[in-house]
Write a protein that binds this ligand. Structure first.
Ligand code: NAP
Length: 257
């Protein structure tokens, strides 16, 4: 064994939900650059196909764009079957698709909105990880990465259902690490504030002022700053790491205002 572990992903098939934009897109490009075949999945198949084509053009890696609503149990099953039929299975799964709709007060949260938030952020991730984890365990092992949020451990009033779903995802990471060991590793990433499309809804003057006081690096993350943690967890570099959730948040001090 060499002293420096390899971050290469040659011969691996990586399925990334929410891979068409934001953090997922960055992970898809970096995995392809490291030699993986990537499957980009999100609701809008055309966007996924376009990103897949761009990935192949830029990196030479094989890439597939797939339409899949991750809040839909059967759609997630169909995506799993499609990737298996196309490539023989999945070696790396990134459960990254997520959303947090805005609301004014907790009693404005209707049952349908609550269910949607739980379904997209947690239910579909559970189903996909169950299917992929079982398959990985039966093949050559693999790596599952669940993208939650620092909101799961430091919820603010405007994201309560989302924080609940992401906290569930953290619990799932720990439970599945035990369920699918010894060859499948299951880890999580808890991003803090990243400047993706999500930040379009933020008051940036207010955000920057707060970041100055409460974030050690005094800024939000750029989307590609998620890649180091993702590549570490996806590759053999993390061969003795499972059941861990890595915080990537610029050193935010929770509770500070
Ligand atoms: N950015 C942040 O500050 C931040 C902080 C903490 C945690 N996170 C988490 O990090 C992950 C990525 O966030 P991001 O900022 O990159 O988000 P983003 O830029 O809004 O991208 C979200 C991605 O998820 C897909 N998506 C949304 N709903 C979906 C559904 N029902 N089924 C399948 N795909 C769906 C979107 O594509 P389509 O629209 O085509 O479906 C898109 O590819 C999320 O889980 C988010 O909760 C982000």
């Amino acid at each position: 064994m060499t002293a420096t572990p390899s971050f290469r992903l040659d011969g691996k098939v990586a399925l990334i939900t929410g891979g068409s934009r934001g953090l997922g897109r960055e992970m898809a490009f970096s995995f392809a650059e490291q030699g993986a075949t990537v499957v980009v999945a999100s609701r809008k198949e055309e966007s996924c196909v376009a990103v897949a084509e761009e990935i192949t053009k830029q990196t030479g890696a094989k890439a597939l764009g797939l339409g899949c609503h991750t809040g839909d149990w059967n759609a997630v099953g169909a995506a799993f079957e499609r990737v298996t039929a196309e490539f023989g299975g999945t070696d790396i799964l990134v459960n990254n698709a997520g959303m947090s709709p805005l609301y004014d007060k907790l009693t404005d949260v209707e049952e349908s909105l609550f269910a949607k938030v739980i379904d997209v952020n947690m239910k579909g991730a559970f189903r996909l990880a169950s299917l992929c984890g079982e398959q990985m365990a039966a093949r050559n092992g693999g790596s599952i990465i669940n993208v939650s949020s620092t909101g799961s451990v430091a919820p603010t009033p405007g994201i309560v259902p989302y924080a609940m779903a992401k906290a569930g995802l953290n619990a799932m990471t720990l439970g599945m690490a035990r369920a699918f060991g010894t060859t499948v590793r299951v880890n999580g990433i808890m991003p803090g504030p990243f400047l993706t499309d999500i930040s379009d809804a933020w008051d940036m003057a207010e955000f920057n002022e707060r970041a100055e006081r409460t974030i050690a690096l005094k800024r939000g993350g750029e989307p590609n700053e998620i890649v180091g943690a993702a590549l570490y967890l996806a590759s053999d570099a993390s061969s003795y790491t499972t059941g861990t959730i890595i915080k990537v948040d610029g050193g935010a001090a929770y509770g500070a205002t």
